[in-house]
Design a protein around this ligand. Sequence first.
Ligand SMILES: CC(C)(COP(=O)(O)OP(=O)(O)OC[C@H]1O[C@@H](n2cnc3c(N)ncnc32)[C@H](O)[C@@H]1OP(=O)(O)O)[C@@H](O)C(=O)NCCC(=O)NCCS
Length: 475
Amino acid sequence: MATRRKSVRTQAATKNRSSNSGRRRPAAESNPEFERYCRATFDPRAAFGKPEALKGMRVLSCSQYILGPSCAAYLGELGAEVIKIEAPRRGEPMRHSTPGNEAFLYPLSRWVPGSGTGLGFFGANFNEYFISLDFHRPEARELMCRLAAKADVVVENFRPGTFDRWGIGYRQLREINPRLIYMWLGGFGGWGPGRVRASYDILGQAQGGAFSITGQPEEAGGAPSKHTIWLADYWGGMMGALQVLTALYWRDNVSGEGTFLEYSQVHGVTRQLEYSLPLYGREGVIRERWGNWDTELCVHGIIKCGRPSYPRSDNPQEEEEGYILVSAYEDVDFGMLCRAVGHAQLARLYKTHDIRVRPESQKEIYAALEAWAKDKTKEQVARILDQAGIIVQPVWNAKEVANHPHWQQRGSIFWLDDPTYGDVLSQGPAYKMSATPPRVKWAFKPVGADNEFIYSKLCGLSKAEMEKLEAEEVI
Ligand SMILES: CC(C)(COP(=O)(O)OP(=O)(O)OC[C@H]1O[C@@H](n2cnc3c(N)ncnc32)[C@H](O)[C@@H]1OP(=O)(O)O)[C@@H](O)C(=O)NCCC(=O)NCCS
């Protein structure tokens, strides 16, 4: 390993990690009254009887894939009336980008009866009304202006300037509605070198700097690794929702005016790079990948347990060996861990954190832990180490999470009785609000499902006018 690389961890180790102040505190049951209070205050079964914080706020979501859609959906979970506008008949590309799009499961639209919506669409379009509109058509501009006149917010995530070119960007719509808040989420922003390239979550993570520090190091045969979930998109959507709420506060309490908001997916990834940038700026050191271990803390990583938990499962995913997170980086905890796994000599050898965190120390320590766990399941390892007072957590899959009472009781996972699609096992908002809780009312709908309702309500179109626009594929 290059000296430069070594220095990263040596530097980290010089931080004061050897104090024993981080010992585990007694479990939360020590305050049952508080638990009872939280259970009653945030009871998910009571959510639908409470008011919605953003009721009365109208959002036009001209969005595709996950970045823009999730931004609008977060507002929809809080009660905003979100109207998703898609290309007529086929809808936005996310409906076609993932498997699970059998027509009988999640029908796409009444115009394309043989197609369905892929499951990747799920979770990013909760509680929305779905209308269709072909932005290329002259009639679309007129309709979009009428909709924008009655909206608080537009969310869009097309290429820079596409909506402006179509005559329905911020510059044009603000003439119709000066109070409009226009949230544009893009790849690289509206100006600067490279701004016109297309961007996706994976590109954002690659260019923003996340992949280079994710995955196994080269010396372990590893390469930069992508995240399975679309972190840059869902995080970006959340940041967009934060921008919208801030602009709403500014409009309603300070200026009376709408605003133009921009979010860069790539720069959003860079924003999360923690100390990588100051480390480079001050020391010239490029932060490295360290796989399932941690460059700064040891032990603080994932180890392999040799025995699968469900060897006879029908699901191949469950036949593999288990993995478990072990965290014992304080000197005292590390000593306890070593004794629990029968390697007391390691505690003597690697007594202090700055010695433990070195690459060669970590290799020996983790190898010893995995050798000890070789004949055990992740549950057995968890039991033994938990009894020894060590922080552990088996690595769980979707099935294990879905069936756990903690998620179920808190409403974080629930069976949604969807009006269009029937029972759908769904994740819900991760946060709670006592007076105005977020909620999921429906998962999504087919393309153009609410054309009649929305175009008559907001644009005053008659049935005959809508039929004509439909026949001409404007809507
Ligand atoms: C996602 C992305 C790569 C798609 O790029 P693109 O389709 O080549 O270009 P635009 O975004 O300008 O979209 C224009 C196209 O949208 C399509 N479109 C989608 N909805 C439409 C509608 N309602 N009406 C008309 N056209 C529509 C058309 O095909 C149009 O192309 P055309 O004018 O050449 O016919 C690009 O929008 C982008 O980089 N967005 C920012 C980053 C992002 O959000 N990425 C996706 C999340 S990972």
